[in-house]
Ligand binder design. Structure first.
Ligand code: SF4
Length: 356
């Protein structure tokens, strides 16, 4: 099967108690948008992200106070924490001393080989992996001159060159990312890097935008790469509540058939045949299942009429097909009962809870 990273045998990197790469499941990451020094706000956001299914969390470390807060944050959360650092190697050292499970840096902007070597020594001592994260918005000048603009080749070269700085220091506990806000550039850059090395890859389309445009860009970029068998951990970047990033990441994995867990809703677009308030109902169901925990995979079909409704509803674990002001309720392929439109949400939720 093309999924599950089977076509790329990467090294394995350990981030806290989570393994990235090799045959390990593809993990969902997110990043907080609170001030990391505000421990209360950051912990509260991370706990919400954990509940939504986040498996690795990254926090920005722009100052010493943020680095020192990592220890207090880690005491109260349950997933590995990654410290995101730019320019100042002392922050990388402080973040690791404070308990960061992984750091994300650009080795080329840490102030030279000596400072990078201090980072590498501590990372080695503590078993902390380093993500080499390059971004189209901050590509090195010489590569911009060589390629004219942030092309896929430029991004991949930058990333591999930064990784080489760590390899020169005999460090290979590395994850790579090379993000662009352009979907095709992102896909091509990762494809080049995937062929050139065996490091695990952290996938993402950066600065993807607000909910709709960001989800579309991320689904295309991350989804295409995963379909090609490339990628070991993912982060959907959205300009909104990061909980939406986690939900979107879970959707991508589920819709590609990589991870069959959670509740999938199938609903029809409605047309002139529909005689029930299906759009409102589909949104109500979506809201009602938010945060519902289920280890198994459940498919819910919400259909407007008798044309495609019974077929889809029968194929789902639970489904409804609209009539005139009422629905037929299906469970595991069989008609269970007929329900009035006003009662259908409650009936659906009651049956869903039994399945969970
Ligand atoms: Fe139209 Fe019925 Fe198909 Fe929904 S299931 S789109 S209402 S024909």
């Amino acid at each position: 099967m093309i999924f599950e990273n089977k076509n790329r045998n990467t090294r394995i990197v350990k981030v806290g108690n989570v393994l990235i790469g090799g045959e390990n499941p593809i993990t969902i990451q997110s990043m907080t948008n609170t001030k990391t020094s505000d421990v209360e706000a950051t912990v509260s956001q991370i706990l919400r992200l954990e509940a939504a299914g986040c498996e690795i969390i990254r926090v920005a470390v722009p100052d010493e106070e943020s680095a020192l807060s990592i220890r207090k944050i880690k005491d109260r959360i349950h997933i590995p924490l990654v410290a995101d650092i730019h320019f100042d190697h002392r922050l990388a050292l402080a973040a690791m001393s404070s308990g960061a499970d992984k750091i994300r840096i650009n080795p080329g902007n840490m102030g030279g080989r000596e400072k990078l070597s201090e980072i590498v020594s501590l990372a080695r001592e503590r078993g902390v992996p380093i993500r080499v994260g390059v971004n189209a918005g901050s590509l090195e000048k010489d590569l911009l001159e060589k390629y004219g603009h942030p092309t896929p080749e430029a991004l991949a070269e930058s990333c591999l060159r930064n990784a080489a700085l760590l390899e020169e220091l005999d460090f290979s506990n590395i994850v790579l990312s090379m993000k662009s806000s352009d979907v095709v550039t992102t896909i091509e850059a990762y494809r080049i890097a995937a062929e050139a090395c065996d490091y695990p890859l952290h996938l993402g389309v950066t600065e993807a935008g607000t909910l709709i445009s960001g989800v579309i860009k991320s689904s295309l970029g991350i989804g295409t790469l995963l379909y090609m068998g490339i990628g070991d951990t993912i982060r959907v970047s959205l300009t909104c509540d990061p909980v939406e990033e986690v939900i979107s990441g879970a959707h991508i994995l589920r819709d590609l058939g990589i991870r069959k867990t959670g509740i999938e809703i199938v609903s029809c677009p409605t047309c002139g045949r529909c005689c029930v308030g299906l759009e409102r109902l589909a949104l109500e169901v979506e809201n009602a299942i938010r945060g519902m925990e289920t280890k198994n995979y459940i498919k819910l079909a919400i259909m407007g009429c008798g044309v495609n409704g019974p077929g889809e509803a029968r194929e789902a674990d639970l489904g409804i097909a609209g009539g005139v002001g009422e629905f037929l309720l299906f469970k595991k392929g069989q008609i269970l009962t007929k329900v009035k439109e006003a009662d259908v949400l409650e009936a659906l939720m009651t049956e869903l809870k039994k399945l969970i």
